[in-house]
Write a protein that binds this ligand. Structure first.
Ligand code: ADP
Ligand code: MG
Length: 801
C-alpha cells in the first residue's frame, strides 16, 4: 500500500500580452519547498477580498513557469503517475483553473503543433512503449472518455458518429452496487492495442466534444472531461489479474458566476458547473479536515466518479493552471487556495488484484482430479465418468423393487456414489413424466368414454379444424402484406443507396482542396497505413475518416454558391494558416518517411548480402578443409571479421532508422488527426457563419442588385462605421476568427438598432421565405451578399488608405 498526499503542481501560462512586471515571483530554493508569491498591485489590493494584504504565498511540489515545455510537464508530473499505473495502482491527474488558464492545453495539448501535444497523448505513448518492453506480463488496455455537463454524463466515444449536440450522445448514469462501488452505465470501454488506436479514440472523443458544442453551451469551458486508461496485467500462469485506472481530467473553468457575469440560460449552466465544482470543493474540505466521517461524494456525478481519486485508492496529482495577468489575480489566488486544501488530502493506493475466473476453473479442475485419485485410493475402485451398463441395470432393478415395496420404511440404498444417486433421480423423474402423459391420456379417455359419445366428439374436432384453418388463412394474408411492405422498403433503400453512391462519386470528383481525394497526403496516408503490420490501424483510420466524412459530409449537399462561400470563408479563416502549415510539415514528414523507408530497405538487403557472404565464406572454408584434408580454422579470418563488423554496423543503422520511422509514423498520425479536427472545426464554424449571413440577408435582403444604388452613402466614414456594425458578426468566436474583411471592424460595440441606408434601400424578404439550407437560389443570394459586402469593404479600405 502506498500512502501519499495529493501532489500539487502549478503551471503559469504565457501571457497573451506582455505581462505586467512584478505580479508574481517563484522562489525555488533547492532545499525548500518551492513557493509562488502573488503580489497585488496597490490599486487592486484595496478592497480586494476585504483585506489589504499585498502578497500571497503558496507552496507547491513544483512550479512551472511560462516557458515550461509540454515535455517537461509530462516528465515531471505525468510520467511518475503513469509509472505507478503500470505497477497496478490507480492514478489521477486533474487540471484546475479558470477558463483560458491552460487546462486543456496541459491535459490534451494545443491544436496546432505536434510539440504541443499534452499529457494524454504523451502518456499513451509512454504506456504503450513500456508495455512493449515488458514481456514478463500480459497487458490489456481499454479507453473511455466521459464528459460531464450540467450534472449529466455523456459518452464521448459513441461509435455511431451521429452527435450534433451533446444530447445525441449516449447518456451515462451512475449505478452503485451493494458494496458501494460505482459503476458507469452506458460508458463504453474501447480496447486499444496500439498507441495509434488509443490516439484515434482521443481524437474521436475530442471531435465529438467539439461538434456537440454550440456557442450556447460552450461545453469546453463548462464541462468536465475524464479520459480514462484502463490497464489490466497478468503474469503468465498466474490466476491473479491486476487492474489499474488512470483518469486524466480536464475540469470546467473554476471562475465564479459573479465574475463571469452571465445571465439567463448560461447562468443555470454556470451555476451547475459551479455546483459540481462546489461539491468537489466540499469533498476536498471534508477530506482535509481530520475526524470527518461523512464525505459528501454522492452530491454530484463528478465527485462520485472521482471518489477513489479523492481520499481513496489512488495516487492523485493536481495541476493548478494559472493565468497571472492583472485582471485574473483574484481567480489565480483562489485557484492556489484550493490547491493548498487539496494538498492536505491523504490517499492510500493499493494494488487492485483479482482472481481470473478462467484460471480459477483450471485450478479447480486440477483439484477435482486430485480428489478423484484420492477417492480411488480409499475405495479401491476406479470410478469413471459414466456408470456401466451392468450398474445401470442393477440400479433400475433397485428402483423398481423400491417403488413396489409397500413398506413405508423401505429405503433406496445405492451407496456413497453421487453418480448413482443422480441416476436414480433421473430415472424417477422419467417414470413420473411417463406416467403423467400416460395418465392424462387415461383421463381424457375416461372422460370421453364416460360422458361424451363418439358422435359428439366428431363435430367438435371438425369445428376446431375449421377455426385453425381460418387462423392459418389470416396469417398467410398478414405475411403477404408484410412481405410486400418489406419489398417496397428494400426497393426504396436500394434507390437511396444508389443515389447516395452517385452523389458521393460526383462529390468526390468536384471536391476541391484542401481535402481532395487525390491529395498526395491522403494517398500517402493510405500507403503508409496499409503496411501489413498495420492491418488493424487501417480499420481505425477508416473509422476516423468515416467520422470525418460524416462530420464534413454536409458539403455533399452544398450548392455551388455555398461551396464558393466556403472557399472564401476558408481562405480568410485564421485556422487555414495552421492547416496549411501542418500540411507542409506533413509533406516533409512523408518525404522523410519515404526516404527512410527506402534506406531501411537498402539496409535490409545489405544485411542480407553480408549474411550471405559470411555463409559463403564458411562453406568455402569447409570445402577447402575437406579437399586439402585440413582442419577448419576455429577463429574467423580477417576478411570475415570485417564482414561481421560491417554487418553489426548495418544492423545498428537499420535499428536507428526503424525507430525513427516508428516515431515519424506516430507524428504523422497525430498531425493528420490535428488537421482532421481543424477541418471539422472549420466546417462547423462555416455553418454558423453561413446561418448568420443568411440572417443578415433576411434583414438586408438581396443586397447585391441594390448595391450600386447605395454608392453615395458609402463615401462617408460614418456610414462605413455603421456598415461594419451592421455586418459585424454577433458571436464573439466568429467576430474574432471569421473575418473576410480587410478592414478592422469594431465588433465590441453593440449592434446598431437604427436602420442603415443599405437596409432602407433593400426590399425586405419575409423571414420564413429563406430556408437556411438546400435552396440553391437562396444560397447564391447569400453568396452574392457576402461578395458584395467584401467588395464594399475592400473599396472602403482602399479609399481610407
Ligand atoms: P482552458 O482549457 O483552461 O480554458 P486552454 O488550454 O484552452 O485553457 O488555453 C487557452 C489558450 O491558451 C489556448 O489557445 C492555448 O493554446 C493557450 N495556452 C494555454 N497554456 C499554454 C502554454 N503553456 N503555452 C502556450 N499556449 C498556451
Ligand atoms: Mg479547456
Amino acid at each position: 500500500m502506498v500512502k501519499q498526499t495529493i501532489q500539487i503542481f502549478a503551471r503559469v501560462k504565457p501571457p497573451v500580452r506582455k505581462h505586467q512586471q512584478g505580479i508574481y515571483s517563484i522562489d525555488e530554493d533547492e532545499k525548500l519547498i518551492p513557493s509562488l508569491e502573488i503580489i497585488l498591485p496597490r490599486d487592486l489590493a484595496d478592497g480586494f477580498v476585504n483585506n489589504k494584504r499585498e502578497s500571497y504565498k503558496f507552496k507547491f511540489q513544483r512550479i512551472f513557469d511560462q516557458d515550461a515545455k509540454q515535455e517537461t510537464i509530462f516528465e515531471n508530473i505525468a510520467k511518475p503517475v503513469a509509472g505507478s499505473v503500470l505497477e497496478g495502482y490507480n492514478g489521477t491527474i486533474f487540471a484546475y483553473g479558470q477558463t483560458g488558464s491552460g487546462k486543456t492545453f496541459t491535459i490534451t495539448g494545443g491544436a496546432e503543433r505536434y510539440s504541443d501535444r499534452g499529457i494524454i497523448p504523451r502518456t499513451l505513448s509512454y504506456i504503450f512503449e513500456q508495455l512493449q518492453k515488458d514481456s514478463s506480463k500480459m497487458y490489456t488496455t481499454h479507453i473511455s472518455y466521459l464528459e460531464i455537463y450540467n450534472e449529466c454524463g455523456y459518452d464521448l466515444l459513441d461509435p455511431r458518429h451521429e452527435a450534433s449536440s451533446l444530447e445525441d450522445l449516449p447518456k451515462v448514469t451512475i449505478l452503485e452496487d451493494p458494496d458501494q462501488n460505482i459503476h458507469l452505465k452506458n460508458l463504453t470501454l474501447h480496447q486499444a492495442t496500439t498507441e495509434e488506436e488509443a490516439l484515434n479514440l482521443l481524437f474521436l472523443g475530442d471531435t465529438n466534444r467539439m461538434i456537440a458544442e454550440t456557442p450556447m453551451n460552450q461545453a469546453s469551458t463548462r464541462s468536465h472531461c475524464i479520459f480514462t486508461i484502463h490497464l489490466s496485467s497478468k503474469e503468465p500462469g498466474s490466476a491473479t489479474v491486476r487492474h489499474a485506472k488512470l483518469h486524466l481530467v480536464d475540469l470546467a473553468g473554476s471562475e465564479r458566476v459573479a465574475k463571469t457575469g452571465v445571465g439567463g440560460h448560461l447562468l443555470t449552466e454556470a451555476k451547475y458547473i459551479n455546483l459540481s465544482l462546489h461539491y468537489l470543493e466540499q469533498v476536498i474540505i471534508a477530506l482535509s479536515e481530520k475526524h470527518r466521517s461523512h464525505i459528501p461524494y454522492r452530491n454530484s456525478m463528478m465527485t462520485s466518479v472521482l471518489r477513489d481519486s479523492l481520499g481513496g485508492n489512488c495516487m492523485t496529482t493536481m495541476i493548478a493552471t494559472l493565468s497571472l495577468e492583472k485582471r485574473n489575480l483574484d481567480e489565480s489566488i483562489s485557484t492556489c487556495r484550493f490547491a493548498q486544501r487539496v494538498a492536505l488530502i491523504k490517499n492510500e493506493a493499493v494494488l487492485n488484484e483479482e482472481i481470473d475466473p478462467r484460471l480459477m476453473i483450471k485450478r479447480l479442475q486440477k483439484e477435482i482430479q486430485e480428489l478423484k485419485d484420492e477417492l480411488a485410493m480409499v475405495t479401491g475402485e476406479q470410478r469413471t465418468e459414466a456408470l456401466t451398463e451392468a450398474e445401470l441395470l442393477q440400479l433400475e432393478k433397485l428402483i423398481t423393487s423400491f417403488l413396489e415395496d409397500q413398506d413405508p420404511e423401505s429405503r433406496l440404498e445405492v451407496g456413497a456414489d453421487m453418480r448413482k444417486v443422480h441416476h436414480c433421480f433421473h430415472h424417477l423423474k422419467k417414470l413420473l413424466n411417463d406416467k403423467k402423459i400416460f395418465g392424462n391420456n387415461t383421463v381424457s379417455n375416461t372422460v370421453s368414454s364416460e360422458s361424451k359419445d363418439q358422435d359428439c366428439q366428431e363435430p367438435l374436432k371438425e369445428e376446431e379444424y375449421r377455426k385453425l384453418r381460418d387462423i392459418l388463412k389470416q396469417r398467410d394474408h398478414e405475411i403477404n402484406i408484410l412481405v410486400n411492405m418489406l419489398k417496397k422498403e428494400k426497393k426504396k433503400a436500394q434507390e437511396a443507396l444508389h443515389l447516395a453512391g452517385m452523389d458521393r462519386r460526383e462529390f468526390r470528383h468536384s471536391q476541391s482542396p484542401p481535402f481532395p481525394p487525390g491529395n498526395p497526403e491522403e494517398s500517402q496516408r493510405m500507403r503508409l497505413s496499409s503496411a501489413p503490420s498495420q492491418a488493424q490501424d487501417f480499420s481505425i483510420l477508416g473509422n476516423r475518416s468515416s467520422l470525418l466524412h460524416k462530420k464534413t459530409g454536409m458539403r455533399e449537399e452544398m450548392s455551388l454558391g455555398r461551396q464558393e462561400a466556403f472557399e472564401i470563408f476558408k481562405r480568410d479563416h485564421a485556422d487555414s494558416v495552421t492547416i496549411d502549415d501542418n500540411k507542409q510539415i506533413l509533406k516533409q514528414r512523408f518525404s522523410e518517411a519515404k526516404a527512410l523507408g527506402e534506406s531501411i530497405n537498402e539496409a535490409r538487403s545489405k544485411i542480407g548480402h553480408l549474411k550471405e557472404e559470411i555463409t559463403q565464406r564458411h562453406i568455402q572454408q569447409v570445402a577447402l578443409g575437406i579437399s586439402e584434408n585440413m582442419a577448419v580454422p576455429l577463429m574467423p579470418d580477417q576478411q570475415e571479421e570485417k564482414l561481421r563488423s560491417q554487418l553489426e554496423e548495418e544492423k545498428r543503422r537499420y535499428k536507428t532508422m526503424f525507430t525513427r520511422l516508428k516515431a515519424l509514423k506516430v507524428e504523422i498520425e497525430h498531425l493528420q488527426l490535428l488537421m482532421d479536427k481543424a477541418k471539422v472545426k472549420l466546417q462547423k464554424e462555416f455553418e454558423v457563419w453561413w446561418a448568420e449571413e443568411a440572417t443578415n440577408l433576411q434583414v438586408n435582403s438581396p443586397a447585391v442588385n441594390s448595391l450600386d444604388h447605395t454608392k453615395p452613402f458609402l463615401q462617408t466614414s460614418d456610414s462605413l462605421h455603421e456598415q461594419s456594425q451592421l455586418f459585424s458578426n454577433k458571436s464573439d468566436v466568429n467576430a474574432r476568427k471569421i473575418l473576410p474583411s480587410p478592414c478592422p471592424s469594431p465588433h465590441s460595440q453593440k449592434q446598431s438598432s437604427t436602420s442603415t441606408p443599405l437596409e432602407d434601400s433593400i426590399p425586405k424578404r419575409p423571414m420564413s421565405s429563406i430556408p437556411l439550407t438546400g435552396d440553391s437560389q437562396t444560397d447564391s443570394d447569400i453568396l452574392a451578399f457576402i461578395k458584395a459586402r467584401q467588395s464594399i469593404l475592400q473599396k472602403q479600405c482602399l479609399g481610407s488608405n
